[in-house]
Structures are given as C-alpha cells and as structure tokens.
Write a protein that binds this ligand. Structure first.
Ligand SMILES: [Fe+2]
Length: 410
C-alpha cells in the first residue's frame, strides 16, 4: 500500500534518540513484510521492547491447523456455513474449511469479545476478514478500527489484536495468505497513486485510530499462530498496546465493499474488473479477491448478463455469498454459503440462469459475494468443511436443469 500514515509521535529522523511523554527513551521496532524489502512500519514503544516475556512460552493444546478431509473424489462443493453455530471468542471460533500451500479459508462465528488480558497474533499469515454479521472494534497496537457488516479488514501478519463485540455475535469470512494482501498493483500509477480508472481509491480506506499508550505492567497473553496452525501462548510482562506513535505503509485498515466502484461495459464484465485485493504475485502465485456487488449489467441488446461456464484450470475458486441474490446460483445458495470449485473441473451457472438474466440487461443488479481465485495453488477441503457440505451438490446442475426444463434453443 503506497499510502504512508503517521500517528502519534515518532522521531523526525528514523532511528534517532526519541523520548516519550515522561522522558523515557522510546524503543523502536520495525514491523516489516518481505524481510527488510517490503512495506513496513516503524513502531515506537513507550519503554519496553515487545520481546520481554514474563513467563516461558507454552504450546497450547488446541490449534487452528487444518484437518484434511478423508480422500474424496474430485467434485464441486457447497459449504453451508450459515447453519454453523456460534462459539466462543474470535480465535477459538475459527474453523478452517479450505487450505492450500499458502492460502487458508475459514469462518469465525463468535459470540464473545476477546478476554481482557488475551490477544491473538497470526505469525504465519496475512489476513483479510470479510464481515458478514456483527459490529464492534478491532483493537490493535496501531489503534482501533470499527467494523460492521459488508466491510473488509486487512490485517498484516504479525499484528497483535483483540476483538470487542458491540452486538451479541459476529460472523467473519477469514482469508489467510503467506503473502501480503494488498490492492492490485496494476491499479496504481508509477507514482504510487490509484489511477483514475481504478475501481478502488486508496484514500477511501478506514485507518486505525491510535489510542493513548497503555503503560501497564502485568501478565498479558498473546496467542501466536505459527507452524501450520499451532498456537503458542507468549506472556508479555506489559500491555502490548504501548505505542507512543507509528509511521509507515504496513498497518491494518478497513475497506467497505461499497467502495469498490464497479466497472460496467456493454457486454458481460469479466471478474478481473471486480478485483479488489490480491496476494503474492498474482496471477503467477497467491490469489485474487473479487467483490461481486451490484452494478449496471451489459446493455448490448443481446447481452447475456449471467456468467459463462468457465474452466480456469490454473485456479481453484472459492465464492462466499453474503446474500442469495446472485442469479447464477439462485435456488442453490443460502446467506453465508461458500462454493468451492476446484480448477480441475469446469463450472457454470445453474439451470436457466442464462435465459433469466436477459431481463437484467442494462439494469442495476443487487447482490454481494466475495470470490477468491488461487493461482497455481490447489486447495483442499478440511473435515470441518466436509462436515457442513451439501453432499449432493455435484448433481445440483442436473437437478436445476430438470426443474427449469432448461434445454436451451433459439
Ligand atoms: Fe466461477
């Protein structure tokens, strides 16, 4: 992200003497991506380094490691996550449904705020959270970020966080990547500014608001995810939100779905125009995230607004349906449904979606779905994913065709 932000107090010249409010020497930490070569932020701790542990590290008995499903035949999947129960706080509620070499997709349905002295930190993946339900505050060392439905939260690897609920419960789609998750670089000009044709504008992000540094001693637990989903509890002897200031280009931010300014054209608009984020060096590795929100459908007199069948053999595709208005899957999906279409098979709209879509020509459509396409990275379904799968989904196209009598003729 090219937008460099400064909050609170930092030295004017990097890595020079700097004193906090009470005259104590503030201690500098660089939070970096891609080693010392990617986006980073400079964090100024009030008086203690973030390395001062008051108790020995403890490997927790529970983990967020994906449990691969039993050997299943190749097939498309429909995961009914809307029906899953809410349980506990944010990290404990996470269920990994799909995972690959660098990517993991989970849902978190939680009904408790984080405990007062406990924090979560993903030490092995950058995260993109999509808020399906619930309001509250994402609290991090960078400051507080409010969240509400239809919002993305981008959380860099290594951020220390807790979640405060303001509603009885919340439901997040959680996307993890080993690589940084960012706006697509091709939306930016060589000067680092989103171009005038870009569907996203970097200045429309929501920034965390730094709070007063917590100058408190005591035991504070940080649950760090590492090593493929294991969790180690680190205990700091001081509150981790102790920054007098920070500056840089690596920080958590929010982005409302409605800020993805859709691009329409006379005939069907292909998904890359709906791309909001990416990870890695898409389309060579990592993934692309598209926001399918309402837009003017193609206005050509013979346009087919429904998508085509597609067989993107280098991509596994996950689609999360925030609502059920997506015409191509009408009658199949529920709010919170996830479809997973492995790249080894083509997939298509259901039933007579193509013919029904003629009525949408040139009209504003209304739907909301989030799509993830991996590049050269197959995903696997986990036991938790398979447990909530509609088992006869592979036959749903035949069923939809039978229901609509959709043998298309001119
Ligand atoms: Fe697709």
């Amino acid at each position: 992200m090219a937008l460099i932000v400064k909050q609170g107090e930092v030295p004017r010249t990097p890595h020079t003497e700097f004193y906090g409010q009470d005259g104590s020497l503030a201690l500098e930490e660089i939070h970096g991506s891609k080693g010392f070569s990617g986006a980073f932020s400079r964090k100024m701790h009030l008086r203690r380094y973030p390395t001062v542990q008051s108790r020995p590290p403890k490997l927790l008995k529970w983990s967020l490691a994906p449990r691969p499903a039993l050997r299943l035949p190749l097939q498309p999947f429909h995961l009914r996550t809307g029906a899953l129960p809410y349980r506990g706080d944010y990290p404990r509620s996470r269920r990994v449904l799909l995972h690959g070499r660098t990517t993991a997709i989970s849902v978190a349905k939680f009904d408790r705020s984080s405990p007062a002295r406990e924090f979560f930190r993903n030490g092995e993946a950058h995260e993109l959270l999509f808020v399906q339900e619930g309001r509250g505050v994402l609290e991090t060392e960078y400051g507080e970020l409010p969240f509400e439905p239809r919002l993305y939260l981008v959380v860099p690897k290594g951020t220390t966080l807790r979640l405060k609920l303001e509603t009885p419960r919340a439901f997040f789609l959680v996307i993890e990547s080993s690589y940084p998750i960012e706006f697509p670089p091709h939306y930016f000009n060589p000067d680092g500014q989103a171009t005038l044709m870009s569907p996203v504008v970097e200045t429309e992000i929501g920034l965390p608001k730094l709070q007063r540094p917590q100058d408190v001693r005591g035991d504070y637990a940080v649950l760090v995810k590492h090593g493929g989903g294991r969790l180690t509890q680190i205990t700091l002897g001081h509150h981790p939100f102790d920054l007098v200031g920070w500056e840089g280009a690596l920080y958590p931010f929010s982005f409302e779905c409605s800020r993805h300014h859709s691009i329409a054209r006379e005939i069907h608009t292909a998904p890359p125009a709906r791309q909001t984020f990416q990870s890695g060096s898409a389309p060579h590795n990592g993934f692309s995230i598209c926001t399918f929100r309402g837009q003017i459908e193609g206005w050509h007199p013979e346009d087919v607004p429904a998508p085509y069948a597609h067989f993107n053999a280098d991509s596994d595709e996950m689609m999360f349906f925030s609502d059920t208005s997506y015409g191509a899957r009408q009658g199949v999906i529920e709010p919170g449904s996830i479809t997973f279409h492995p790249g080894a098979l083509p997939h298509s709209p259901h039933g007579d979606a193509a013919r029904r879509s003629f009525a949408q020509r040139g009209k504003l459509s209304h739907y909301l779905a989030v799509m993830l396409d991996t590049f050269f990275e197959p995903l696997e379904i986990t036991r938790e994913g398979w447990a909530c799968a509609q088992k006869d989904y592979p036959l749903s196209w035949a069923k939809a065709e039978g229901a609509s009598g959709a043998v298309l003729s001119a």
